[in-house]
Design a protein around this ligand. Sequence first.
Ligand code: PLP
Length: 224
Amino acid sequence: MSIKENLEQIKTSLPKNVTLVAVSKTKPESDIMIAYGAGQRVFGENKVQEMTSKWENLPKDIKWHMIGHVQRNKVKYMAPFVSLIHGVDSLKLLKEINKQAQKHDRIINCLLQVHIAKEDTKFGMDEGEVISLLASDEFKNMQNIKIMGLMGMATFTEDETRIKDEFTFLHGLFKKLKGIYPASAKINIDTLSMGMSGDYNIAIACGSNMVRIGSNIFGARNYN
Ligand SMILES: *Cc1c(COP(=O)(O)O)cnc(C)c1O
């Protein structure tokens, strides 16, 4: 099937409250423009440089989401335009985002990444770290950050029960934080980013309202 057909099929299958992030990492701008032509406006990338050059070349109504692990020294490149940063996993990183956002007189929307997988390789904070970050004076003093919710990646496994347990845990934390923090200028726990090509149906059943789908739209990636 074509990119357009893949995209249309996925979009019609998603519940109305679920936002689709089309993950275009490693894919050429021409592929992004096919999806754009089919109405897609939200794209996800995992490398700051790649996202920045795509932003420079492509239509300005695209919303660029940074879904990968972010190095602090790269934040400055995306600060002028990034629409949502999914992978915030430390106060140090958040401080740098706040500083760069300030330079551009913007509020940058962020998700806190929570480590839910039973794998060492996936980044993210645990529940205690999330709660102490949000309670810290340093966070309270940041004027250019808005926390929009949580992001997580399940273990890469065939074991659906395990995937479901991990997503259910994250949904539980999401609801808990929603209860602790009423919506304000700095915190609006509204977005739960979980689910990729292989597990987005499970994620949605477990409460996800933002899915990040790459290969099911654009085809398999080649890494050189
Ligand atoms: C690459 C990537 C995705 C998309 O993966 P697919 O399996 O191709 O859908 C989603 N989330 C993150 C964080 C990624 O790095």
